[in-house]
Design a protein around this ligand. Structure first.
Ligand code: TRP
Length: 455
């Protein structure tokens, strides 16, 4: 089975070298693993929580999208999209909001920090706290659970949020899963090996310390930033200690072992800081030069970026749309055309909660699934253009019962369902002819049960 990896990038800033080494580079490497399905997205709804400057929001979305693509993310492998292009996410967020305990969210670090600050300042505890900030973890849970991610690579400050997503998923499964796992329980992954880069002043490289090296500035900007790296005052010719120099740490994060060893030896032998900076510049320029060109080209063609992201959204929605249909069904937001469940209750055991679940495809067509009482999928319909057709067909199946039902075995491992000479639905594939036969019998039985229950 493949592992689903998912992570979001809040679109409030411009990516710097620290983001590249700590998040972007490892994520892109991970996405090339054939055993992994990766989902990377721009968390632009989350960005709105922290930023009310539309220009900055838009700029950052564009820059971050271009950065990931320029750094080599292959959108044919990974699913790369904007959160705000997936309407199923805010809808799921509401379903989760309705089961998330307020007490759970009261404990979120980000919210608590705001409250503590207010209290210290003698203000109302919730001064300046929006519902967006308070509900931040629920939206994040929706991001993760929408795609049933197994692993969520995040920074330490986000572990609690992934744990909350787990809690909320568990609660939802318990309330609505009828013994099935509707949601996969996600796990946070902290990459211990990836570099946390020091910034110009030696503290962790971070926008909030204003000590960053821009990732895709011009070569001149890169050089200027490197010139500002703080070093000790040892003179040219004096031995430098590589292990206490963050310039060396920066170099290490991008150099081969051989390069590292040479640089170390040269520093010990008295290399001047000015020259050391030049070496770091050359190393970074070599690592980033090509990507910088790709980045500039992408930024210059925003319409193309838009197309790439919309294609990513369509790909993501091929999963999100039917899954949300199942979740709506699970909580009781069901079509009135599917009253079989109520009507049939208590009559025949097999039919008790076999059910039709209809959903809309990204292309606008409609389909239904027919699920057994245990949630196993028995049929997936062909697409219909009219949403009513789904209801009509399911009603006819029930009304006409097993006798009208024509099941045809495919050459392969599947069967199809026909009504009045029209192929309406396909079964899932089965392992062998015996299983296939058993599944056909069972389907007849269940449909007969539904018809009986209604009659
Ligand atoms: N909150 C995350 C951050 O600030 C970004 C994010 C949003 C995210 N949704 C997510 C990360 C889902 C992982 C999974 O870093």
């Amino acid at each position: 089975m493949t592992t689903r990896i998912l992570t979001g990038i809040t679109t409030t800033g411009t990516p710097h070298l620290g983001n590249y080494a700590g998040a972007i580079r490892p994520a892109i490497v991970a996405s090339r693993d054939a055993k992994v399905e990766s989902f990377y997205f721009l968390a632009d709804y989350h960005a709105l929580i922290k930023c009310d400057d539309p220009v900055r929001i838009q700029r950052s979305r564009l820059e971050i999208a271009a950065t990931w693509l320029a750094c080599g993310l292959d959108v044919n492998r990974a699913t790369f999209y904007r959160q705000s292009d997936i309407p199923e996410i805010p809808e799921l967020c509401w379903l989760l909001t309705c089961v998330a305990g307020k007490g759970l969210l009261n404990r979120a670090h980000a919210y608590k920090a705001s409250v503590d600050k207010n209290v210290e300042a003698g203000e109302d505890p919730d001064a300046g706290v929006t519902m967006g900030l308070f509900s931040y973890p629920v939206l994040m849970a929706a991001d993760i659970l929408m795609f049933n991610a197994h692993k969520v690579p995040v920074g330490r400050d986000q572990i609690q949020h992934v744990e909350m997503a787990r809690d909320i998923a568990q609660r939802f499964n318990h309330l609505f899963g009828q013994g099935n796992e509707l949601f996969t329980l996600p796990e946070a992954v902290i990459e211990e090996e990836v570099a946390t880069l020091p910034g110009l002043d030696g503290r962790k490289m971070s926008k909030s310390y204003d000590n960053t090296i821009p990732l895709f500035g011009s070569a001149k900007q890169l050089k200027e930033a490197i010139a500002r790296i703080v070093t000790d005052s040892r003179l040219p010719g004096e031995a430098k200690d590589p292990d206490s120099s963050h310039l060396f740490t920066l170099y290490q994060a991008f150099a081969t072992p051989v390069q590292q060893a040479e640089f170390r030896a040269d520093l010990l032998a008295g290399l001047a800081w000015g020259e050391a900076k030049q070496r770091l510049f050359e190393l970074l320029d070599a690592e980033l030069g090509e990507a910088r060109e790709r980045y500039q080209a992408l930024i210059g063609r925003p319409a193309e970026l838009e197309d790439i992201l919309l294609a990513g959204a369509a790909k993501a929605r091929r999963i999100a749309t039917p899954f949300l249909g199942e979740l709506r069904e699970a909580v009781g937001l069901r079509s009135f055309r599917e009253q079989v469940k109520v009507a049939g209750e208590g009559k025949k055991k097999a039919a008790k909660s076999a059910r039709f679940v209809s959903f809309r495809e990204p292309d606008g067509s409609f389909r239904f699934r027919f699920l057994a009482a245990d949630g196993e999928q028995l049929l997936l319909s062909r697409p219909f253009s009219d949403p009513k057709a789904v209801g009509v067909v399911s009603q006819r199946l029930i009304a006409q019962g097993a006798d009208a039902l024509e099941l045809r075995e495919d050459e392969g491992d599947q069967f199809t369902l026909w009504l009045d000479g029209e192929c309406l639905a396909d079964s899932p594939p089965y392992a062998d002819p015996e299983e296939l036969d058993a599944a056909m019998l069972r389907l007849r039985d269940i449909i007969a049960g539904l018809a009986g229950a209604q009659g």
